[in-house]
Every structure is written in structure tokens, then in C-alpha cells.
Design a protein around this ligand. Structure first.
Ligand code: WT7
Length: 629
């Protein structure tokens, strides 16, 4: 078939890349667009089911869609047991390198053993199917073992990113009603210790449901162990109950697998719920086709397991595909800016998947750092988290990929569970565009009334048909699930992003249209930052906005009204920044805090953040008819 003629800056994949690819693109798109349910069921057929499903998609109670209903499976069984029965038994499932240079490799056999052992420990602590377990650690192997152990026994994990702090952890513990917390004593970050256990102790004082705390020794510094509540991981794993016999629970396709909290427009972070069956099928096939996983590949997703990217593409996706996944504990440029390139060379990484903010960070250090290393093992590159600016795309392509590695710019969300708009290795690429919806996905760009906009016009990005790894609900808040995602345009899933499509039908994501700020690819809500500020005794009111930043993409700027009688000083401003760091986490610390006397509000008292943003950028604030003062 003749290649479609495309406009603009286009990078065509080489014949070598295309021939190597698992995905025969044209065929896949054709099959999936005509018969998407057959496509998904043929993908599901590649995985193990204790009992086959009755129905691929049950849409009898929209928007509470169900997938593979009647089917019985277990994602952990598919990640481990299936491979242990084959030659992959001795294959490396994970390679891990600590920031301090330590390393560890786990074969599929060893990972299964450790997972079973810890699953038995959890059972010993009273954890049963459906119970929630919160996991709060850095990037250490135990985080993966703990997640898999939960999945194995049908418990629901809720991983809280190790960069979050006291209030963020407390809220998540409380909302999920977790019985057990698995935490590390600390995490290494740029040679320093982040005191995770200490943060957890403070969060636990605010939350009541946790009965047992399992502590993984990572940093070995002095910590408080509360008698009767806190137990060392290594001591529990040395007990006779921690044997490696633990059959996987035959979970229902729709049984909950995990909760993952993410920021929304208003109020508290919401718990996105994903399930065993559909989620498994979605991430298995997207990873296989988009990152073209082959038996001898070493795949590095450089995200954190505490975010959806890590859940889907560090832990579950690579294991479902029987691949070798690499995880690095520490900071990218530590001790020198060549750290990543050194590890790619050392471990022979074939696929690197990271975020634009990291690429922009590396660009600033210059080409000499990567050029010192042999990066020839790389075949494919990936990007996620925010739009990648063409300049960063080209640098990544030229300096890291040596102009031979296509870049998979994958658009998706915590809610979608899996890649939604993404190239495959055979797709002609345009720097900055996520190209097209994955086979079987129907996405579009619509106006305020839900009608498709013309090519090149900006509108709201929506998904028009359900997909297997989709969010099932917001835990504890099904109404919010309906209102947030399905009420603006009936029958369409609202992503919260704005985008446009060009004349070739390529999607270009512009950014969030709600009060979500993407800082270095991290998703934060203005509401969380504002409530952290207001929880400080000196603050009366606060507003947070995101403003463009060269490396971070966006940076947080906050406007604060102080309580009467409180004096505005530089020390206080710094104290407020630290306070946000202590409550939410270092990533949420505002770049800049301005003390103001008033905030622009509507007559009903809603802060008009767009007015603050326009003012800060020197732009026209637009329609001010609803402004109170
Ligand atoms: C939001 C979702 C799912 C991976 C990590 C983020 C933005 C994500 C891209 C991309 C442009 C992107 C969107 C989206 N986003 N990937 N390739 N190009 N924007 O998950 O924390 O749930 O954030 O990240 O704004 O809505 P998340």
C-alpha cells in the first residue's frame, strides 16, 4: 500500500523498524475499527482465564461499563505463574538499580516466590479479598512485590507516590479505609534520605483504620517502631507462614484490582478504580503493540510505580508480556547527569519511556553527557505526561535515539488505564503529536455542545466508545464518576483536555481545561494546594494557578490573603512553601507565592483562576461580567 502523504514535519519509520514490529498496523486498525469487541476478545485470548467470559462488553448500566463479565482470571497469575510454567521461569522479570549503585535481579521464578511469600504475610495480618492495602515507598523491588501480592489474593492496593507527604497520605489512607500500610523506613533521593516512615507516623496520627504497618528496611536510619502496630518486612518474611505456596485467587474479571488517587477539578483527590480483567487486557496489548515488546527486550519505563504509568507499564504490562522490566531508584542526574545513559549502556536497555520534563532537563546539561555512552541498544523511545515540545522531541530523537528510534508519544490518563492516543512503530511521526487513537479506540474533538469541530480547530477531547482498561468508578463516589466524566456530553467520556486534529487526522493535545495543573508531568489539583495553604494558621484564603515553565512544563503560582494582623514577611512566604511541601509533597511547593489583599471572584464566591492567569501572563482576561470585584 502506498504511504499516505502527510503535511508538516514528518518522520517516517525505517523498514527495519516496521518489519520488526509486532503490530501489522494497517491490519490492526482495520480489524479493530470494524469489530472492536472481536479485537479485544482476541487480545484477551492470549491471556489465561480460569473461566472464559460470557460477554466481552456489558453496557446495560451505562456509564458503569463492565468487561469480560462472567470471566475468572487473576492478573498476578498472568504476570507470574503463566511464565514460570515455561522457559521464562529463569528469565529476568526485573532488574533494579539503587541510587547508591546496589543492584538486584529477580527471575520470574524468584519474583513469584517473593510475591507468594508476602501474600501469605498479608493473609497472616488478616487481609482478605477486597480489603485495601496502602503502599508507600520509593522505587524499590518491595513495592512491586507488595502490589503483586495484593493482586494475588484479591486485595485492593492503593499505592501512594513516595513524593507525597503527610496530608496527601492521610487522605488516601482514610478514604480507602486501608487495614494495612506497607511503608519503607525511608527513600534515597539525591543521596539524602526522605523519611517516609516519619511522614507515615504523622499521617497515621490523623487516620484511624490502619491496624498493621509493615516496614521495609531501605535506608536503615533510626525510626520509631510502634509496638503492636509496626513490624519489619524482613522479620515477617522470616516467619514460617511466609512460605512460597499461595495459590492465586480466582478473581472475577470485574473484581477491583487497585485504587489510584488522582487530582480532579475540585475537592479531594479521587480514587480511580481499576479491575482485574479489562485492565489486564488493555495494558497487555497496548504495551505489546506500541512498544513492540520482544522476548529479548529490556524495557525501561522511568516513571514511578506510584503513578498509573508505573502501575501499567513498569509492573503489570511488562510482566504480562513476559518481558524484562528495569527500575531505577534515584534521581536522574545523580551523582552526574550521565546516570541514565550509563545504565542504558550497562544493562543494554532497548526501549526507554519517559516524560518531556526529564528530556528537557537532560537537554540543559548538553549533548556531551549522553554522547559519552553507547546507546546503540535503544530501538524505541517513548514520551508521556504532557505535550512534548517539538524542540525536545527532536533532541530526544537525535541525541538519544541517534535518528533511528521512533518516539511513541502516548496520550492517556490514570482513568484510561492504558495508552489511548499513540503511534505504533509503523506510524509516521510528527514531533509534538500523539498521532492517532490506538486500534479499537474512538476519540474525537468536540465543541461546547458536543459536536465535532473542524480540522485545526481547538476543542474538547472526548472518547466515544468504552475500552477495556477504563476507569470503572470513583471509589466511594459513583455520582462523582458520572458527573465528572459522563455528564457534559451524554454518551461520551470527557477527558478534561483540549486538543485539535490536523488535516491528516493527527491529534495534538493542548492541555487541561480544568483546574488540574501538570507540574513536571505530575498531576496536581489547585484545590489540594489551596487547602494546604489555608490549613496554615496565617492564611485566610488562597488561589493556585499554573504558569508556563521551561523545564517543568508548568509551575505553581499561588496568591494568598493573610489573616488580619499577620505581617507579610519573606520568612512567612518561605514557611508557606514549606508547609505545602509538608502537607502535600515537595512537588506541590509553589514556585512563587504572592501575598494579596483580594482575589478575583464570581458573585457566588468562586475564585476566577483564569483572571489571575491572564493577569500574570499579561493577557486579556476575557469576559469579566461575572466578576464580583
Ligand atoms: C493527563 C493525565 C497517563 C500517563 C501519565 C499521566 C496529560 C498525558 C500526554 C501526552 C500530552 C499528556 C493530559 C492528561 N498527558 N500524556 N502524551 N501528551 N498530554 O497521567 O496523571 O492521569 O494525567 O496528562 O493532560 O489528561 P495523569
Amino acid at each position: 500500500m502506498a504511504e499516505q502523504k502527510l503535511s508538516g514535519d514528518v518522520f517516517y519509520p525505517s523498514a527495519e523498524i516496521k518489519n520488526h514490529a509486532n503490530a501489522k498496523c494497517d491490519e490492526l486498525y482495520k480489524f479493530a475499527s470494524k469489530e472492536s469487541l472481536s479485537f479485544w476478545s482476541s487480545e484477551a485470548d492470549n491471556l489465561h482465564w480460569f473461566k472464559k467470559w460470557d460477554k466481552v462488553l456489558d453496557d446495560s448500566n451505562k456509564p458503569f461499563f463492565k468487561w469480560f463479565t462472567g470471566g475468572k482470571t487473576n492478573i498476578c497469575y498472568n504476570c507470574l505463574d503463566v511464565h514460570v510454567k515455561t522457559f521464562r521461569r529463569n528469565k529476568l522479570a526485573f532488574i533494579w538499580e539503587g541510587e547508591n549503585g546496589e543492584s538486584l535481579s529477580l527471575s520470574y521464578f524468584a519474583l513469584k516466590r517473593e510475591t507468594c511469600r508476602f501474600a501469605n504475610v498479608l493473609k497472616g495480618l488478616g487481609i482478605q479479598k477486597g480489603d485495601r492495602v496502602t503502599i508507600y515507598m520509593g522505587r524499590v523491588p518491595e513495592i512491586i512485590i507488595a502490589m503483586l501480592a495484593c493482586a494475588r489474593i484479591g486485595a485492593v492496593h492503593s499505592v501512594v507516590y513516595g513524593g507525597f507527604s503527610v496530608e496527601a497520605l492521610h487522605e488516601r489512607l482514610e478514604d480507602s479505609q486501608s487495614k494495612v500500610l506497607v511503608v519503607a523506613d525511608g527513600a534515597f533521593q539525591r543521596g539524602k534520605i526522605v523519611e517516609l516512615k516519619k511522614i507515615a507516623d504523622e499521617a497515621l496520627q490523623r487516620a484511624a483504620t490502619v491496624q498493621s504497618v509493615v516496614v521495609v528496611k531501605r535506608t536503615g536510619h533510626q525510626i520509631n517502631m510502634e509496638q503492636g502496630r509496626d513490624m519489619w518486612y524482613h522479620e515477617l518474611m522470616a516467619l514460617p507462614i511466609a512460605n512460597s505456596f499461595c495459590p492465586a485467587e480466582k478473581t472475577d474479571a470485574e473484581d477491583p484490582l487497585f485504587l489510584l488517587y488522582t487530582s480532579g477539578t475540585t475537592g479531594k483527590p479521587k480514587a480511580i478504580l481499576h479491575t482485574h480483567g479489562g485492565y489486564m487486557v488493555g495494558i497487555y496489548s497496548t504495551l505489546k503493540y506500541v512498544f513492540d515488546i520482544h522476548e529479548d527486550d529490556r524495557f525501561w519505563c522511568a516513571a514511578d510505580p506510584g503513578w498509573i504509568t508505573g502501575h501499567s507499564y513498569i509492573v503489570y504490562g511488562p510482566l504480562l508480556n513476559g518481558a524484562t522490566s528495569f527500575m531505577y531508584e534515584g534521581a536522574p542526574s545523580y551523582p552526574f547527569p550521565n546516570r541514565w545513559w550509563q545504565m542504558i549502556e550497562k544493562y543494554g536497555i532497548n526501549i526507554l519511556y519517559t516524560a518531556p520534563t526529564a528530556i528537557r532537563g537532560f537537554m540543559r546539561y548538553g549533548d556531551a553527557w549522553p554522547n559519552r555512552h553507547d546507546l546503540s541498544s535503544l530501538r524505541l523511545l517513548g514520551s508521556v505526561g504532557e505535550p512534548i515540545n517539538p524542540e525536545a522531541w527532536k533532541w530526544y530523537h537525535r541525541v538519544i535515539g541517534k535518528e533511528k528510534c521512533p518516539i511513541m508519544d502516548t496520550w492517556w490518563q490514570t482513568e484510561t488505564g492504558m495508552f489511548m492516543i499513540t503511534p505504533m512503530p509503523c506510524t509516521p511521526l510528527k514531533p509534538g503529536s500523539g498521532t492517532k487513537p490506538f486500534p479499537g479506540i474512538e476519540a474525537d474533538i468536540v465543541d461546547d455542545n458536543g459536536n465535532p469541530v473542524k480540522p485545526n480547530e481547538e476543542g474538547f477531547l472526548v472518547i466515544k466508545t468504552p475500552w477495556p482498561a477504563m476507569i470503572r468508578t470513583i471509589y466511594n463516589d459513583p455520582d462523582r464518576y458520572v458527573n465528572q466524566y459522563w455528564s457534559k456530553y451524554p454518551g461520551m467520556y470527557m477527558t478534561g483536555d483540549s486538543a485539535r486534529k490536523d488535516d491528516d487526522g493527527y491529534f495534538w493535545i493542548i492541555g487541561r481545561v480544568d483546574d488540574v495543573i501538570k507540574v513536571s508531568g505530575y498531576r496536581l489539583g489547585t484545590a489540594e494546594i489551596e487547602s494546604a495553604l489555608v490549613s496554615h494558621p496565617s492564611v485566610a484564603e488562597a488561589a493556585a494557578i499554573g504558569l508556563p515553565h521551561d523545564v517543568k512544563g508548568n509551575a505553581i503560582h499561588a496568591y494568598v490573603i493573610l489573616k488580619t494582623g499577620v505581617n507579610k514577611t519573606d520568612t512567612l512566604v518561605e514557611e508557606l512553601r514549606q508547609h505545602v511541601g509538608h502537607e502535600v509533597g515537595p512537588i506541590a511547593k509553589p514556585e512563587h507565592i504572592e501575598i494579596v489583599d483580594s482575589l478575583p471572584k464570581t458573585r457566588s464566591g468562586k475564585i476566577m483562576r483564569r483572571v489571575l492567569k491572564a493577569k500574570a501572563l499579561g493577557l486579556d482576561p476575557g469576559n469579566l461580567s461575572t466578576l464580583e470585584e
